[in-house]
Each structure stands twice: as structure tokens, then as C-alpha cells.
Design a protein around this ligand. Structure first.
Ligand code: HDE
Length: 708
């Protein structure tokens, strides 16, 4: 389904509603500027007569110093860039809303979580961690998943990642970790990759990193797109209800679209063919009315159960297996509006885990405590001063008043003589609001603190491997294989042998004997059986750690390429269109050149793109249309490569009519993911099912023998 289709052609009235709410002509906020039918002026409002030429002394003379119009334009241009984020510089954002399910007041008094009738606006920014602003989207990395809730009680930022655990336990180590991960300081290489010496040097010396490393090394580190990614709050937070009762809480976002990952060869190729792949995917999905949706779930732990686990709830390198504490759904989030301006929204948005609202509170997780400080601090240099909360994208939607004044980029005119409190001159306004069950001022949970001032890691943080083993053991066999392959790939880029050895001996050997042996074997590293820990605890698994637990119920929003060559048959074209409408998928008819191509009857088929420019790596599945053109197809290297590559990347492929012969021609063994028939209708159901399963995993061993 394409953007220019009418809402009536999409499934149901819901789609029509969605289309409306994405209508950019609706003026949403007073600060959104629209220059349509407006005169070009200077920033002072003076109309400009000539925007093509600077003011010069004579037609061939020097430019005059008095050209204030040129100066203003150039000065602004010279300062258009701001420092990029230290981490998470590469990101993409979208607007939407959050809706709570009924019944949450037993946990929290937060207004936005306890008023199902109220839709809270949100802005979400997805990101990679390592690469700079212009780096590729599909690199192996953890993804950021930061949500700004514009609640009636103030801004709430839930700054999540797509993994439930982090690399370090104490914020003190964050600068070290990031310095090791970032491009190396002497060469500024590599961009957007963790496959280099300093990263593996650090993590091999810091065993607490093993858990987050294996999440990044697994398929979670190369998500298919942002729409099919989970999000996690990582830390344990607190909920506080109206009776002032507190429980511990972990946040989970689960995509309604299901979960899917790229395959590694594909991820690397997309980084070159379309470095904006994830950004484009989200934008296009929203433009086309496929609004991505996530369910917010919580794991609740009662105060008295704090110590009842064999790990510490305050340790951010640990997750709570869902078998121990189930995830309870408490609301849903829909992203339904694209940004108008990247800089003003996605770049200037400033998230901070310290932005919380009544009903939510922190715990003593030492990583969280460090984050409470770091985010506002970093905005001071990134956004140039303390007034970034006044930028439109960061502004609270409820009233906000205090006695903080002045500062760089102050954009409010504060009235009143008294900028202090208490005061009698302005009748003591603005005044405090005492805490209350609802609508009161923020009050921290009154946790009893009793301890020594000390720099020491709690012994309860010291088991660094049990959960890593649990994670590895819980993956499906293809997922486990990808983990092995990814360690080998990453370590192959590490130049220093002792670092490679340390990863195998100190990290992998503590996770799983087979994993360590397979990686050691491929790297040619000696691994003595005696180096493997003698008593590995009983193996157990946790179902939801594998992405296979999150298959979607349908294939809505997937992208299918249809390869068309001159002299195409027409019989299957309409059934393919009808099927796409029914299943709500996006179709692109790709042709050898951008020109329209022809049917056998000499009718025109418009081109949605050229096969070479829209390669198979950008699609979920491929259909090759039948026609009177098999020989021409076979002579077309781009088209043949298209089919081979889709096959190699384990994608479902439909070969219609005469194109069935391509399997033999291209030496591709038939399997459950290749559908050959004269009629598309006969294979449509099987094709759909194969797409729903993301990949034809049974093909993987054979696919490896096909040249990349
Ligand atoms: Fe961040 N992190 N972080 N982080 N983080 C930033 O804030 C920091 C951590 C996360 O789209 C920075 O505005 C410290 C965990 C996301 O704008 C900075 C520590 C998690 C984003 C910062 C952590 C995150 C950031 C850089 C350890 C997952 C992007 C620019 C103590 C729960 C937000 C900025 C966006 C960004 C500091 C660890 C997620 C430097 C000190 C754990 C999604 O302030």
C-alpha cells in the first residue's frame, strides 16, 4: 500500500482516522511556523527584495560591509550546528500518544497512568549509541528508546534502551565505558561499530559487562527496524500510590508489530545502500498510516520481596526473568505523527531520567543515580544554557512557574517584582503545593537510609555470569548460532591477540562451555577444558528472552518488492494488489530502470523504483512477476542477484509462472520459503505465513554456501 492511496482503500475506518491525525495541514501548536504565502523577511521582520545577490560596490565590485541582510543570513548559518550528543547522537523521532489501561491506581497515583480516558501526548526518539549524527542506522549496537510524556503533572521522561541490562553497574564507569566504545582516539576509527580493540579490551577486563555485551552481540543488536524492537527501563524504579505505598517496578515496551532482526550480512549492506534505513522505515510507516504501537508492561515487586531474588534489584546488569515476575500490561503507546523539522524536534529534544512526576520515584541503583545528574548537565553544553526546557519540544503542557530567571536563551518575559520566595510583594506567588493523594506537589518516597559513607560495590552485585548463561541458553538455535558468529566477527577485528584470548578465557568460558569452545575454535585460540568452570549450575531457560517469543499475528506494515521486466504478464498484478490491500502491506513494483515498463499487451506499468537502487536488503520478501521475458531476466545480473540475495538472507520468495525456472538457473535449492506457481492466489497464504515468521530459518545452512 502506498502513501498516495485513499484512506478508503485501507483496512477500515480506523485507517481513515489515522490518516487524519497525521494531516500536517492541521496547525497543532502556536509555535509551529509555516511560511506558506508569507513574505521573505529578515529576523527583524524587514521584507527582503533580493535574496540572490549581496550588496556590492558596482556590478563587479567588492561586497559592502553594510550589507546587513547578508550578515544576518551568514551569521545564522555559521552557527546552525550544535554539539551532537556524547552518546546516542544518531537518532530519529516521532510523535504519538499514550493511553493507560484501567486499574493501575493500585500501583501508582501518576495521573497519566491512572486516567484511561485521557490520551497523553508523547515524543519518542530512537537512537544508536556509538556512532555520530551521520552514521548508519543498521550497525550492531544497543538502541536507545527515549519517551517524553507530556503529562498534566509535568514532563515525564522514560529513557529506555532495547536491552533490559546495561554494561556497567556504577555511573563512575560510564565515561570509561563510552571512551572504550567510541571510535579510537588516535584514528577516530571505527564509526558505528564495537568491533575494535578498545571496546573489547575494556569489556574483557570488566566482567559485569558480559550480560549487556551478549545482548548487543545477539540479534537484538541488529533490529530490523525501530517498529519491531522492545524497550526496557533497565533500572528498577518505584511506583507510589495514593496511600503512599511503594512497590518496585521494571518497565517493558512490547511492539504490537512483533519482533524481528536483520541478518548480519544484510545489516552491513544496508549500512551502505541506505544508511537512513531505520529512519526512513519509521517515517514511511507513519506517513502510510501504519502507526507502530507498543504495549507498556510492568514487573511489580512488593517492598517486602526486595531481597528475595538471587540477584540485586538495584543491579542494572540484571533482569527479572518473567517466570519469576510476570509482565503486567498497563497501557499502550501509538506513534502517529511525523516530525515537521528534524533539528527543532529530534535534535533539540532533551531527555532526562530525573524528569519524573508524582507516583514514580527512583531507587538507589548506582547507575540510575548517576544518570539523574548527567543528562541535564550534558544539555548545558549541547543546548547552550539552562533554558532548554523552554524549547517547544521540551516544554511542559501544564503551567510551570518558579523564580528561576534570566540565562542564555531566556524566551519568557517574567512579570512581577519578586523573583524570590517567600515574598510579600507578589503575595508569595508562585506557592508550594503540599503533597496529596492526587494533584499534590512531588514528594520523594521516604526510604530509610542508614549506612556508612563508602566507595564500595555491594557483594550482592557480584554474580556476573548466571544471567548471561540464562540468556544464551534461552535463545533459539539460529539465534545462538548468530551469537557465536558475531563474537567471531567482532573479535576478528581486534588486532591484539591477548584481548581476543581474554574475551574467550575470562568472558565466554564463564558463560557457556560450548559457546566458548566454538568461538575459540574459529579464532584458533587454545582453550583447555580445565579453563571451563567445573560446576555449571543446572541449565534453565526463560522463554521471553528469545525474539521468537514475539511473532506478530499478521504481516501488516511489511514491505514487499515485486520485480517486473518488460513484457510482463498481467494476470497476477491485480491479485497481488488485492492481497496487499487485504494484508495491509506496502508493495513496490521495481523495474530495471526508473521508466515505466510494459506488459505483454504493451500497457504501461508504473515504476516505484529501480531494482539496482532499491535492493532486496530493503524488503521483507520478493515476488518475481511472470511474463514473456525469462531470457531477458537471466541476462540481467542485477535482477538475478536480487533473487539470490533475497534467498541468501532467508527471505520468502515467490517465482511466478516462467520464473520458476530461476531456481535451477541460479542454483537455489527449493524449500518451504520459495513459492512457484502460475497463480499468485495459490501461494498467497503460504507466502504470508513465511513472511510472518520473518525468515526461512531452515535455509540458513544452505544459504551460507551462497556467495555474498
Ligand atoms: Fe544515557 N546518556 N547514560 N543511558 N541515554 C545520554 O544524554 C548516561 C544509560 C540513553 O534520545 C546523554 O541527552 C550516563 C542507560 C538514551 O536524546 C548522557 C549513564 C540507559 C539516550 C547520558 C547512562 C541510557 C541517552 C547523552 C550511566 C538505558 C538518548 C545526550 C550512568 C536505560 C536520549 C543526552 C535521546 C543519552 C548519560 C546509561 C539510555 C551523556 C551517565 C542505563 C536512550 O547524558
Amino acid at each position: 500500500m502506498k502513501k498516495d492511496q485513499q484512506p478508503s482503500e485501507m483496512a477500515g475506518a480506523d485507517a481513515a482516522n489515522r490518516q487524519n491525525s497525521n494531516d500536517k495541514s492541521v496547525q497543532l501548536d502556536p509555535y509551529r511556523s509555516d511560511a506558506t504565502q508569507q513574505a521573505l523577511t529578515t529576523n527583524q521582520g524587514v521584507k527582503i527584495a533580493d535574496n540572490q545577490n549581496s550588496l556590492r560596490a558596482g556590478i563587479r565590485g567588492a561586497t559592502l560591509l553594510e550589507d546587513f541582510i547578508f550578515h544576518e543570513k551568514m551569521t545564522h548559518f555559521d552557527h546552525e550546528r550544535i554539539p551532537e550528543r556524547i552518546v546516542h547522537a544518531r537518532g530519529t523521532g516521532a510523535h504519538g500518544y499514550f493511553e493507560a489501561y484501567p486499574g493501575n491506581e493500585k500501583y501508582t497515583k501518576a495521573h497519566f497512568l491512572t486516567t484511561p480516558e485521557h490520551k497523553t501526548p508523547v515524543f519518542v526518539r530512537f537512537s544508536t549509541v556509538q556512532g555520530p549524527r551521520g552514521s548508519a542506522d543498521t550497525v550492531r549496537d544497543i538502541r536507545g528508546f527515549a519517551i517524553k510524556f507530556y503529562t498534566q503533572e509535568g514532563i515525564y521522561d522514560m529513557v529506555c534502551n532495547n536491552a533490559p541490562v546495561f554494561f556497567i553497574q556504577d555511573g563512575m564507569k560510564f565515561p570509561d565505558f563510552v571512551h572504550a566504545l567510541k571510535p579510537e582516539p588516535d584514528t577516530e576509527i571505527p564509526t558505528g561499530a564495537s568491533a575494535h580493540d578498545t571496546f573489547w579490551d575494556f569489556v574483557s577486563l570488566v566482567p559485569e559487562s558480559s550480560h549487556a555485551v551478549i545482548w548487543a552481540i545477539s540479534d537484538r543488536g541488529i533490529p530490523k527496524n525501530f517498529r519491531s524492537m522492545q524497550g526496557f527501563g533497565v533500572h528498577t524504579y518505584r511506583f507510589i500510590n495514593a496511600e503512599n505505598k511503594s512497590v518496585f517496578v521494571k518497565f517493558h515496551w512490547t511492539p504490537k508489530q512483533g519482533m524481528a532482526a536483520l541478518v548480519w550480512d544484510e545489516a552491513q549492506k544496508i549500512a551502505g545502500k541506505d544508511p537512513d534505513y531505520h529512519r526512513r522505515d519509521l517515517y514511511q510507516a507513519i506517513e502510510n498510516g501504519f502507526y507502530p504501537e507498543w504495549e507498556l508492561g510492568v514487573q511489580i515487586v512488593e517492598q517486602e520481596d526486595e531481597m528475595s531474588f538471587d540477584f540485586d534489584l538495584l543491579d542494572p546488569t540484571k533482569l527479572i526473568p518473567e517466570e519469576l515476575v510476570p509482565v503486567i500490561p498497563i497501557g499502550r503507546m501509538v506513534l502517529n505523527r511525523n516530525i515537521d523539522n528534524f533539528f527543532d524536534e529530534t535534535e533539540q529534544v532533551a531527555f532526562c531520567p530525573a524528569h519524573i512526576v508524582p507516583g514514580i520515584d527512583f531507587t538507589n541503583d548506582p547507575l540510575l543515580q548517576a544518570r539523574i545528574f548527567s543528562y541535564t548537565d550534558t544539555q548545558l553544553s549541547r543546548l547552550g544554557g539552562p533554558n532548554f526546557h523552554q524549547l517547544p519540544i521540551n516544554q511542559a503542557v501544564c503551567p510551570f512557574h518558579n523564580n528561576q530567571r534570566d540565562g542564555i536563551h531566556q524566551s519568557r518575559v517574567h512579570r512581577g517584582q519578586a523573583a524570590y520566595q517567600p515574598n510579600s510583594i507578589d503575595n508569595d506567588w508562585p506557592r508550594e503545593t503540599p503533597p496529596a493523594a492526587k494533584g499534590g506537589g512531588f514528594e520523594s518516597y521516604q526510604e530509610r537510609i542508614d549506612g556508612h559513607k563508602i566507595r564500595q560495590r555491594s557483594p550482592s552485585f557480584s554474580d556476573h555470569f548466571s544471567q548471561v548463561r540464562l540468556y544464551f541458553k534461552s535463545l533459539s538455535l539460529p539465534e545462538q548460532k548468530h551469537v557465536v558468529d558475531a563474537y567471531v566477527f567482532e573479535l576478528s577485528k581486534v588486532q591484539r591477540k591477548p584481548i581476543r584470548e581474554r574475551v574467550v578465557h575470562n568472558m565466554l568460558a564463564n558463560i557457556d562451555a560450548n559457546l566458548a569452545k566454538m568461538v575459540a575454535d574459529k579464532l584458533g585460540i587454545a582453550l583447555d577444558e580445565s579453563q571451563l568452570p567445573p560446576d555449571l549450575p543446572e541449565e534453565k531457560t526463560s522463554a521471553k528472552l528469545s525474539m521468537t517469543a514475539f511473532l506478530p499475528p499478521n504481516i501488516e506494515g511489511r514491505k514487499i518488492a515485486v520485480l517486473v521486466h518488460p513484457h510482463a504478464a498481467t494476470d497476477n498484478i491485480e491479485p497481488i494488489h488485492q492481497w496487499a490491500l487485504k494484508e495491509n502491506v506496502m508493495l513496490d513494483f521495481l523495474t530495471p530502470t526508473p521508466a515505466p515498463t510494459t506488459t505483454i499487451e504493451d500497457d504501461m506499468i508504473p515504476s516505484d523504483g529501480m531494482q539496482q537502487a532499491e535492493p532486496s536488503v530493503l524488503y521483507d520478501a520478493v515476488i518475481v512477476l511472470d511474463g514473456n521475458n525469462l531470457d531477458a531476466f537471466k541476462r540481467d545480473g542485477v535482477a538475478c542477484h536480487y533473487v539470490i540475495e533475497a534467498y541468501k538472507h532467508l527471505k520468502p520468495v515467490v517465482l511466478l509462472g516462467d520464473k520458476a525456472e530461476l531456481l535451477e538457473h541460479l542454483r537455489l535449492p527449493p524449500d518451504e520459503g520459495v513459492f512457484s506457481d502460475a497463480s499468485f492466489q495459490n501461494v498467497a497464504e503460504g507466502f504470508k505465513e513465511a513472511i510472518r515468521h520473518n525468515r526461512v530459518w531452515a535455509r540458513e545452512a544452505i544459504a551460507e554456501s551462497i556467495p555474498a
